[in-house]
Design a protein around this ligand. Structure first.
Ligand code: GLN
Length: 509
């Protein structure tokens, strides 16, 4: 493997600035790595070697002329396939969008290009971002680089696996209920869900509009802050975008990296650990919290009693919004069109075409949620289900407010278990839904969260993650504390945790 793919984005940016390498070299090294290992990992649905190399050559030309576009100019990035990319296929992991090439870029992609980052390709995901394992992708699952028989988390397992397997230094994900943070936890990478409204949703194919946020997927907290500053900030094309400047995230990550957390008030959420959490996940979490105490943090236990209802509320609100969003895939405007035999003598009706196309184009999980959501919104049931869920959502926000009145940040394990085996939970939707137990409250309340690696579980040697949550708009706090946890732990481990070397089929350097 080329040594360039082992470097962090910050290190690559420094090497480019110092003239030690070029963007074409860096981008080629990652494309070689993809060619060598992605047959096994399957992190990518589409690799754009030509586009990435052309963008890299432009970055090198700019640098020779002395005019770079940003600190990350020339550092390549992978993009989850739920974000539209002009001229590059965008499928959302679904058959219904197979072959669709969007005519426009999502704002976050526009910003990547404007900052000079070559886009390596589009990453695999659960269909329409519904899932926690990437097994609901219509194009086959992604494999966890730590153990190819295990899931990489979901829905953004492709982005997390690409970064964990050194196929990309940076990636974008989206997090509606945990799809950036939970894949981060089970692949030993860093993932951030920004404050709702902090990163534009324009061009993010909506799963649930009131919950979705795009964010960074990286190997270090500093890299996540650098990428977040590229994609974040106000966008007039998104009516829920917050019109104020981002906090200084990179400075917060650098401050945290000193490991000094003196006086910081950290709340351990009682409802988000203990029973139901794998012993080794809980153990690594407690050890990380103990390190924070040693480093000067004041740690207290806090209770957020409504969090126990978060999962139930989420699985009413999300399907309700999703069933409405997915109505646009009707075979009339774009995507798959299946023309069934017409009934009687004539051609099939529009309804018959829609039915046949949606039947063939959507997978089981998507159909399940459309049915659930349509039911929850139907007249007569609205108050009993959707209305109740919205009230629970308010209670969850109040629990956060009360907790943040006494704590600067809250912490918990990110996911209840380490990566499970492919197929293990596929036939049990409820078991699959439980993976997001700890991540969903943040989406319901719109607050930011980060997952950072917290060590390998002793019982299976697989990565665990620690989650840091902060009040809305205080994204800098998750970077500060995330970087402190990262610094304290990597110091103890003697360096970052990396997965075992993958067989590379003799390709690449
Ligand atoms: N696993 C959750 C779900 O299936 C989260 C999805 C997400 O964040 N996109 O809904």
């Amino acid at each position: 493997m080329s040594e360039l793919t082992r470097r962090t984005a910050a290190e690559l940016a420094d090497a480019l600035a110092a003239g030690e390498t070029t963007s074409v070299e860096v981008t080629s090294a990652h494309l070689d790595r993809i060619a060598a290992v992605d047959g096994d990992v399957h992190a990518f649905l589409h690799v754009d070697a030509d586009g990435a190399l052309a963008a890299a050559a432009e970055a090198d030309a700019r640098r020779s002329a002395g005019s770079t576009l940003s600190g990350l100019d020339g550092v390549p990035v992978a993009v989850k396939d739920v974000l539209t990319t002009r001229g590059l296929p965008t499928t959302c992991g679904s058959r219904i969008l197979e072959g669709w090439v969007p005519p426009y870029d999502a704002t976050v992609v526009t910003r990547l290009r404007a900052a000079g980052l070559p886009v390596l390709g589009k990453t695999n995901m659960d269909e329409f971002a519904m899932g926690s394992s990437t097994e609901h992708s219509a194009y086959g699952p992604t494999h966890n680089p730590w153990d190819l028989d295990r899931i990489p988390g979901g829905s953004g397992g492709g982005s997390a696996a690409a970064v964990a397997a050194f196929e990309a230094p940076l990636a974008l994900g989206t997090d509606t209920g945990g799809s950036i943070r939970q894949p981060g936890a089970v692949t030993g990478t860093v993932g951030v869900k920004p404050t709702y409204g902090g990163v534009s949703r324009y061009g993010l194919v909506a799963l649930a509009n009131s919950l979705d946020q795009a964010g960074p997927v990286t190997r270090t907290v500093l890299d996540a802050a650098l990428l977040h500053e590229v994609i974040g900030g106000h966008d007039p094309l998104d009516s829920t975008s917050i019109d104020r400047p981002l906090p200084d995230l990179v400075a917060a990550a650098r401050l945290g990296a000193s490991g000094d957390v003196t006086g910081l008030r950290v709340g351990v959420v009682r409802e988000l650990s203990g029973e139901g959490y794998q012993a080794g996940v809980q153990q690594r979490f407690e050890e990380a919290v103990a390190l924070l105490v040693d480093a000067g943090a004041e740690v207290v236990e806090v209770s957020c009693p409504s969090f126990v209802h978060a999962l139930a509320a989420y699985y009413l609100i999300l399907p309700a919004e999703a069933s409405s969003n997915l109505a646009k895939f009707d075979a009339m405007r774009y995507g798959l069109r299946v023309t069934p035999e017409g009934r009687g003598s004539g051609a099939p009706s529009a309804e018959e075409v829609m039915r046949a196309s949606r039947d063939r184009g959507f997978g089981d999980e998507v159909k399940r949620r459309i049915i659930l959501g349509t039911y929850a919104l139907s007249s007569g049931y609205y108050d009993a289900y959707y209305g109740q869920a919205q009230k629970v959502r308010t209670l969850i926000s109040r629990d956060f407010e009360a907790a943040f009145a006494t704590c600067d940040v809250l912490v918990s394990p990110t996911a209840p278990t380490t990566a499970f085996r492919l197929g293990e939970k596929l036939d049990d939707p409820l078991a699959m839904y439980l993976n997001d137990l700890a991540t969903i409250p943040a989406n319901l309340a719109g607050v930011p969260g980060i997952s950072v690696p917290s060590g390998l579980a002793p019982e299976d040697g697989l990565p665990t993650g620690l989650q840091v949550l902060a009040p809305a708009l205080a994204d800098d706090r998750v970077y500060r504390v995330g970087a402190a946890v990262e610094a304290l732990l990597t110091d103890r481990w003697g360096g970052p945790l990396v997965p075992p070397e993958l067989a590379t089929a003799g390709v690449g350097a």
